[in-house]
Design a protein around this ligand. Structure first.
Ligand code: NAD
Length: 492
């Protein structure tokens, strides 16, 4: 059987020091298939004792790994990427089973993880520092990068293999060992990655995976004084707690959090293409993207015209788990219920649900966690539906009178992750990019996530200023040391 065989009803264990281990307490929890609600696997329910063992394994393995040349570490990363490429269909099958997304989507996501692997493997031949002048004669001044130690990596399940790749590859190329607290919603995906990493020659203990719930298996990692860098992808609420806890012990904390991303449609924009981009931004991956275009802001002059084009596209969305569908279920029942509750409250407060707003039922959907594509009109920018991230296929639509109003609306959010504007004017586009308070901006495009070689991250409630992936990820996972070499000691 391939290392990446899709899970049936099986047990997903922790991976500690190269061994698959049940949780020390013997407990498990159930992982359900989002498309059917059926049991997919029983997963190790780890607690502090398991995290302690994983951190100890990482700490023991890190010095030797950190002492390898960066080129050698890059070579191992490249082998992992090659194995992901070899097993792309099997890995995608695991991702599809755990998330409910279509196989084609899942393969695309594995492709993104592979690209990330190759890119970060290339750091093995870059890993740049800075060489500069000195005010002192006969002295060379420069910076070099060093490993930090054990990296604690905590991730969400929305794009599970890509989320693993974003953190594990740069953490490892920098010479750290890692403890990955996998998402409880995509546990097997993390184990598949760990198995391929072992097959690629990554020494035991350099990458450890613990499963379980945040407060039980994530919190102990965040609190552990042997873990000097914590990198977290998840909700703003949890990120805030992590920042408090890890910040208290002065760990380095990289937070990639939520978004409520604006997509602006101006009166000179290409309305058809803008509607296409808005639908893609709002609904792809069932809206479970931190970069989802969840606030659509439209000039008054084209509002009704654009709205009808967008509604056409929303009603044409096919929801299900096959390659014939546009998007699949959300990850679990709790998330679906949260969204439905927000829609109910918005409706009660006078908002108009233009389409969707309900759970999908019928032979294709019964048992699964399917939300209809939903557009909401008539909510204020500070109302719950417009300013709390729902992480589902739901967007609010807002009317503004002009460009100033659009910039104001785009920035009227606690978040600041991504943004987009549709306009034929170069000046408007540039002006928007200059003034919008987000970490990513696009002209005439969807609200994007990231290309593997580009930095991604946000302002305000979207993060603490660090950027992953790209070369910027190396800044998260390396310690910069400034070194002075006096090459004529007699002159010192
Ligand atoms: P979540 O915050 O509930 O959980 C994320 C991870 O944190 C999980 O592994 C969870 O077990 C863990 N966790 C929960 N409580 C914890 C605690 N007290 N201590 C330590 N770990 C804890 O988020 P989610 O619902 O799984 O994911 C959706 C969120 O992720 C959305 O807000 C989305 O925007 C965000 N996200 C952000 C990015 C980005 O790059 N900015 C990318 C993907 C997802």
């Amino acid at each position: 059987m391939s290392a990446a065989a899709p899970p049936d009803t099986r047990t997903v264990a922790n991976v500690i020091a190269g061994e698959e281990r049940a949780a020390a307490g013997g407990e498990t929890f159930e992982k359900l298939a989002p498309g059917t609600g059926e049991l997919l696997s029983r997963v190790a329910r780890s607690r502090a004792e398991d995290v302690d063992a994983a951190v100890a394994a990482a700490q023991a393995a890190q010095p030797a790994w950190g002492a390898e040349t960066v080129a050698e570490r890059g070579r191992v990363l490249r082998e992992i990427a090659k194995l992901l490429e070899r097993d792309v269909d099997e890995v995608a099958a695991v991702v599809a089973a755990e998330t409910g997304k279509a196989p084609k989507e899942a393969r695309g996501e594995v492709g993104a993880a592979i690209e990330q692997g190759y890119f970060q493997a290339g750091e093995g031949r870059r890993f740049f520092g800075r060489t500069t002048t000195s005010a002192v004669p006969n002295r060379q001044a420069m910076t070099i990068r060093q490993p930090i130690g054990v990296a604690g990596l905590i991730i969400a399940a929305n794009t599970p293999i890509a989320n693993v790749a974003w953190k594990v590859f740069p953490a490892l190329v920098c010479g750290n060992a890692a403890v990955l607290k996998a998402s409880e919603d995509a546990p097997e995906t993390a184990n598949v990655f760990a198995r391929l990493a072992a097959e690629a020659g990554l020494p035991a203990g350099v990458l450890n995976v613990v499963h379980g719930f945040g407060p039980e298996a994530g919190q102990p990692l965040v609190e552990d004084p042997r873990v000097p860098v914590i990198s977290f992808t998840g909700s703003t609420a949890v990120g805030r707690m992590i920042n408090r806890t890890a910040g208290e012990r002065l760990a380095k904390v990289c937070l990639e959090l939520g978004g409520k991303n604006p997509l602006v449609v101006c009166d000179d924009g290409d309305l058809d293409r803008a509607a296409e981009a808005a639908a893609l931004s709002a609904f792809s991956n069932a809206g479970q993207r931190c970069a989802a275009g969840s606030r659509i802001i439209v000039f008054d002059a084209v509002y009704e015209d654009f709205k009808s084009r967008l509604l056409d596209r929303a009603s044409a969305q096919r929801v299900g788990t096959s390659d014939d569908h546009d998007f699949g279920p959300v990850i679990n029942e709790r998330q679906l219920e949260n969204m439905l509750a927000v829609v109910t409250r918005a409706r009660e407060a006078g908002a108009e649900i233009l389409c969707g707003g309900e759970r999908l039922s019928g032979p294709e959907h019964d048992g699964g966690f399917f939300m209809a594509p939903t557009l909401i009109e008539g909510v204020g920018l500070r109302d719950e539906a417009a300013c709390v991230e729902m992480f589902g296929p739901i967007s609010t639509v807002h009317r503004v009178s002009d460009f100033e109003g659009a910039v104001h609306a785009a920035n009227d959010s606690p978040y600041g992750l991504t943004s987009a504007i549709w306009t034929a004017s170069v000046h408007r586009g540039q002006e928007f990019l200059r003034r919008v308070r987000t970490g990513v901006g696009a002209v005439n495009g969807a609200t994007y996530g990231s290309e593997p070689h580009m930095p991604f991250g946000g302002l305000g409630d979207s993060g603490t200023g660090w950027r992953e992936p790209g070369p910027e990820a190396i800044d998260v996972y390396s310690e910069i040391k400034t070194v002075y070499v006096n090459h004529d000691p007699s002159a010192v």
